[in-house]
Design a protein. Sequence first.
Length: 309
Amino acid sequence: MSVFEPAETISSPARMEALINGAFKREVIRKVTDVILPLNDVGVGPPFYCVHPLSGAVTEYQHMVRMLGSRQNFYGIQAPTNRRNSQFGRSIKEISRYYVDELMKFQPKGAFFLGGHSVGATIALEMAHQLIARGREVSLLVVFDGELFNTGAEISWRNPLYWLKVLLNAPRWTVDELVKNRQKFASKWRARLKSLVLRGRLNPGSHPAESAVNLNGFLPEHAAFVRALYDDYLDYVPGNYSGRVLVFVAKTEALFRLRQVRAAWTKIAPSSEIFETNGTHLGIMRVPHGLPIAQRLGRKIEEVFEGPN
């Protein structure tokens, strides 16, 4: 059965007879909503819910699902297609409230394992706050290189430390770009340098979100959702969090876009477990850099789920 098939019921007499005769030990009735999409719901572990990144879709998680293996249940939390518009994207708190409502209906009992990549980690954090406020338990919050703003951990590009980090990061970025695509390497360098010089001032029609998501081919309303979500992402002020947090940080950052992932999460969740790994912001979600992440995450979920011996 495809992971994208809708829920099905036992309709054929032959299948019903087989169930009666004990030929099937378990029949999976797939639960699908316009928000919660099962990417693997035939595992034995607790369900792990991962919130979409800036695009609003959860397709990028297919690689992590494969790396985690068939035993780990994995659900994507996506923006419904009919809500991918500027109105829905303008508030992370309202988005989170909508997702929490859906999640509590989807899983009426038990603790939650939540995560998210990039912007999705911020939404997952807000969802965790709201779930706890409603009396539900969040056993683990997983962050895949998700940057937080407005924590006091930011470094201005005017700060000399920022440029020191740029110099230290440049060799890793260079190697990564060469490995990915040698032919396009020179053009990428020119594009990064151009964006540094212009900083968007000479192209007033562009939006900062377009540096993270290629909006070519997006429907106008979907593109408006991405831009609105990005704007609120920059404005969102995260609250302190005392729950269990596992943070994966990409060692290789964009050439002139340095993320203060470790510093920000340590600031709002001091007990966070930080795991730095080779790869870029996108690369850590795929093979090969995502493999050690999947291994560590799988062990952590199992450890938390089973509890102390």
